[in-house]
Design a binder for this molecule. Structure first.
Ligand SMILES: [Zn+2]
Length: 141
C-alpha cells in the first residue's frame, strides 16, 4: 500500500480512520452532526453503539458498521438538505464519504458532486499540511 507522494486532482481521497484513532478524536461526534432531525432524536434517547450488519450491494459481503453510520447511509444522507450550499466545503466532503461508505473519490469527482470550489482549491485545502476530519489520500492498489 503506497501513497502517491504528490497528490493531484485525480488522487483519490477518503476518510482515514487511522488518523482519527491516532489523534484520539471521536468520529462519532462528527457523525452525529450529519444526522437528520429524526435520527438525532433517536440517538439522543439512547446512545446506540452496537454494530449493525451492512450488506455491500456490489460484493454482497456483510460488514459490521456503526449504527450512526448506518443511519446516515440509509436515511439522513438520502434526505434533501443533507448537504446544502451553506455546508462548509470540508464538511461537505466528509459527509459525502459518510454517505457513500467511504469509497475513495478524487478531487475531480468530489468537485463534480459538490460543485462548490474549483478542484485546485479543494486540492490545496486537503493537502496544505493540516489534515481536516481525517481527509487524506487513499492508499492506491
Ligand atoms: Zn436520518
Amino acid at each position: 500500500m503506497a501513497i502517491r507522494l504528490r497528490p493531484d486532482i485525480n488522487t483519490k481521497f477518503h476518510i482515514d480512520m487511522n488518523w482519527w484513532e491516532k489523534n484520539h478524536k471521536d468520529i462519532r461526534i462528527y457523525m452525529r452532526n450529519a444526522l437528520c432531525g429524526e435520527c438525532r432524536k433517536d440517538f439522543a434517547d439512547a446512545d446506540l453503539t452496537e454494530a449493525v450488519d451492512w450488506v455491500d450491494e456490489e460484493t454482497a459481503e456483510v460488514a459490521q458498521v456503526d449504527p450512526l453510520w448506518h443511519s446516515i447511509r440509509t436515511c439522513c444522507s438520502l434526505k434533501p438538505g443533507y448537504i446544502t450550499p451553506d455546508t462548509p466545503i470540508i464538511d461537505a466532503i466528509f459527509m459525502t464519504f459518510l454517505a457513500n461508505g467511504n469509497k475513495p473519490l478524487s478531487i475531480v469527482e468530489l468537485h463534480a458532486k459538490l460543485d462548490k470550489r474549483p478542484p485546485e482549491t479543494i486540492l490545496r485545502m486537503l493537502t496544505g499540511g493540516t489534515v481536516y476530519l481525517g481527509l487524506r489520500p487513499a492508499p492506491t492498489e
